[in-house]
Design a protein around this ligand. Structure first.
Ligand code: URA
Ligand code: SF4
Length: 214
């Protein structure tokens, strides 16, 4: 697979230009079975950017990130933490839905490292325009895309940290200006044995972000 780089417009001046080019991406094989690409959305001047894994079934059909059950839970958590939802941008590490067909059901499949690597140029291009102060890394896939393979979300979640030096790439936006906070993915909250405890944990982590913005 060639990766997304050749499909990302050079020196795009705004997010709409990027978004308009994304349906043409053939950077990996995931575009083919998916309904459509799901690009990031939100405030172009957001101080905080949320990065999830990949669109789910509902997102694939609607063409918008985090509009299904995980999205509802994330909005509740953002609200409970006291972050203004109109001043964030939300996107995914991988921009096509990866699934397996079981009969007529489409079962979510976690993206592999090859998909994460292939799709990363879109994320880098979004960040280059957004230049966020804080990136909220939701779960292991986003952590692999952004914080490197040795980062462990369960161990290092909830801390607002300078961008790890090991995860800086020269082609990236100047991450030295940006801090990251990793936390549990909202889908993991939905799957948790004790949903309330998991939800409160997510909210506690997001309160750290709210505090830094205040
Ligand atoms: N899970 C994600 O990681 N992203 C979405 O957009 C929806 C569910
Ligand atoms: Fe391109 Fe990413 Fe879709 Fe693969 S998942 S085709 S790299 S947009």
């Amino acid at each position: 697979a060639p990766g997304a780089q050749e499909f990302v417009p050079d020196a795009a001046r705004d997010l709409d230009t990027l978004k308009a080019a994304a349906p043409g991406c053939r950077g990996c094989e995931l575009y083919e079975p998916a309904t459509q690409v799901v690009f990031g959305r939100g405030d172009a001047h957001a101080r905080v950017v949320f990065v999830g894994e990949q669109p789910g079934d509902v997102e694939d059909r609607q063409g918008l990130p985090f509009v299904g059950p995980a999205g509802r839970l994330l909005r509740e958590a953002v609200d409970a933490a006291g972050i203004d939802p109109s001043s964030v941008y939300i996107t995914n590490a991988v921009k096509h839905f990866r699934f397996q067909l079981r009969g007529s059901r489409r079962i979510h499949q976690t993206p592999d490292q090859v998909h994460i690597t292939a799709c990363r140029p879109w994320l880098v291009a979004e960040f280059a325009l957004l230049r966020p102060e804080i990136v909220v890394v939701l779960g292991a896939t986003a952590a692999k895309a952004l914080l490197g393979p040795s980062f462990r979300v369960t161990k290092e979640r909830g801390t607002l940290m300078p961008w790890p030096a090991s995860a800086q790439h020269p082609e990236d936006f100047p991450v030295a200006e940006c801090r990251a906070l990793a936390t549990i993915h909202p889908s993991a909250v939905l799957r948790a044995d004790n949903r309330d405890v998991a939800f409160d944990g997510l909210v506690d982590d997001l309160k750290v972000v709210a505090g830094a913005l205040a």
